[in-house]
Design a protein around this ligand. Structure first.
Ligand SMILES: Cc1cc2nc3c(=O)[nH]c(=O)nc-3n(C[C@H](O)[C@H](O)[C@H](O)COP(=O)(O)OP(=O)(O)OC[C@H]3O[C@@H](n4cnc5c(N)ncnc54)[C@H](O)[C@@H]3O)c2cc1C
Length: 438
């Protein structure tokens, strides 16, 4: 089935976000022909900071992107959780950078989404991936005996052996898979997203915070804030998470700075001083989805990845990381495919590896909200006593901050997508029985 270039399957990916680009790289590395269709006319400067945890940075390094990423990332040396009102430290992990590399063999880094998307895009192009902009997916068709066919809004059709829906939270691919309309659901929270530039800040203490990469959380009643450096400290990302007051149907808008400052006015003075520097802010409604019964069609040649099937609260910073994991596993499983007949086996294996993990992470993000957003009172005092019992020690108990919890952190950050895929292929190889099962 190899064409003249030696490439195997024809893979069409809908969406050039982080999931689609990660999948395109991983599938191209598996020697498949990849065509990415993106609705945007240019890869827009959308988003703000992202925390990239070892489970994804490991893959990015495997793909040869470590050097380029290091140039634009910041690697935090401390992860601290503060009480909202006075900034008192509730939990902290020092030498965080060294600990992450030692425990997981890959770094924990912070970077701008735009930088990551640009790096992934150029890597995909260098591997021969075709990325077509201005192509809006409309539906999926099939003219037997050929495989699935993407139908664009323009009416153009693109034939593939496998179609991957990576079109994000508002996924049209998902609706096609379900054959019905299906809107994302509000989580009840929203995010104010802020990016500050070091050059524009004169306050020496704030400059010090920005230029020394660390991660800081402030946790309070029904809300929390997180701040970290980007671009080696030249930029600072702040996200404020609080109850959603945006009207139904409005998912993103320009935020009011005075309203934002009022909501956090009685928080730690260092945070409010940062907020005094803000001259523009975006307000994002945080949405999620119900878990799907399946991410694939019955023929197993159309599959969803990323936010189209597992959007989550950003409270563990895993949305992009698990989208990159999806891409890593998909390409690795498909590297074992040498004929079209093996696609259903590979897609079944992919789904069995990815669905339960990503859904569990999504559920965990809601537990993190409960633990971070406790109103002042008995439960909060008990939580803070638990925090205090581990200060200055190696944490040895189930911990309210899953970021450093000895049960959750290894499960999140220790995940090795490549190994998971290889082990699954070994234990469930494509033989006469597994390849023919419908
Ligand atoms: C406040 C906030 C903070 C976050 N922080 C983090 C973090 O620190 N770490 C982390 O891992 N994650 C974080 N996330 C989540 C992360 O941004 C997403 O999970 C991730 O970007 C999802 O990637 P995706 O490729 O699935 O979707 P997207 O990035 O949304 O990409 C989808 C792509 O599909 C295209 N598309 C849409 N419809 C069509 C169509 N019909 N035809 C063709 N193309 C189409 C879109 O234009 C877009 O380019 C955060 C999210 C928020 C809201």
């Amino acid at each position: 089935m190899d064409d003249a270039s030696g490439q195997k399957l024809n893979i069409v990916i809908v969406g050039a976000g982080l999931a689609g680009l990660a999948a395109s790289i991983s599938c191209a590395l598996a020697n498949h022909k990849v065509h990415v269709l993106e609705s945007a006319k240019e890869l827009a400067e959308v988003g703000a900071g992202l925390q990239i945890t070892p489970n994804a940075s490991r893959l990015l390094r495997d793909w040869g992107l470590g050097h380029e990423i290091d140039k634009v990332a910041a690697e935090p040396t401390l992860l601290a959780v503060h009480r909202y009102s006075d900034g008192k430290i509730l939990a902290e992990e020092k030498e965080f950078d060294e600990q992450m590399r030692r425990k997981y063999g890959a770094p924990f880094i912070d970077m701008h989404r735009v930088d990551l998307q640009r790096i992934l895009y150029h890597k995909a192009l260098s591997l021969g991936v075709t990325v077509e902009l201005g192509c809006r997916f409309s539906s999926i068709g099939r003219t037997p005996p050929a495989g699935p066919e993407v139908i664009l809004e323009s009416g153009r059709t693109i034939q593939g052996d496998l179609v991957v829906g990576a079109d994000g939270l508002w996924s049209r691919c998902r609706e096609c898979l379900l054959s019905r309309t299906d809107e994302p659901l509000p989580t009840g929270d929203l995010a104010y997203r802020i990016v500050l530039e070091l050059d524009k800040i004169t306050d020496p203490e704030l400059r010090q915070w920005m230029a020394n990469p660390q991660v800081h959380f402030w946790i309070g009643p029904h809300a929390h804030a997180v701040a970290y450096s980007l671009r080696a400290g030249a930029m600072y990302n702040i996200v404020l998470l609080c109850p959603d007051d945006l009207p139904t149907g409005l998912s993103r808008t320009k935020g009011s700075i005075s309203e934002m400052k009022r909501l956090f006015s009685d928080w730690d003075p260092i945070l409010t001083r940062f907020l005094d520097q803000v001259d523009q802010v975006d307000k994002w409604k945080l949405m999620h989805r119900e878990e799907l019964e399946s991410w694939t069609n019955p023929e197993k040649d159309f599959v969803l990845i990323g936010d189209s099937c597992h959007p989550m609260l950003p409270y563990l910073a895993q949305g992009a990381n698990s989208s990159i994991e999806d891409g890593g596993v998909l390409g690795r499983v498909l590297s074992h495919v040498t004929s079209k007949q093996q696609i259903p086996w590979a897609i079944r294996l992919f789904e069995s590896l990815r669905k339960s993990r990503s859904e569990m992470i999504a559920r965990e993000t809601f537990h993190q909200r409960d633990a971070f957003h406790m109103p002042d009172g008995e439960a909060q005092r008990e939580r803070d006593i638990l925090f205090a019992s581990q200060l200055g020690k190696e944490i040895s108990i189930k911990f309210p901050s899953r970021w450093t919890c000895p049960e959750v952190q290894p499960w999140l950050y220790g995940y090795d997508a490549r190994r998971e895929a290889d082990e699954a292929v070994k234990s469930q190889p494509c033989d006469a029985r597994t390849c023919q099962r419908s």
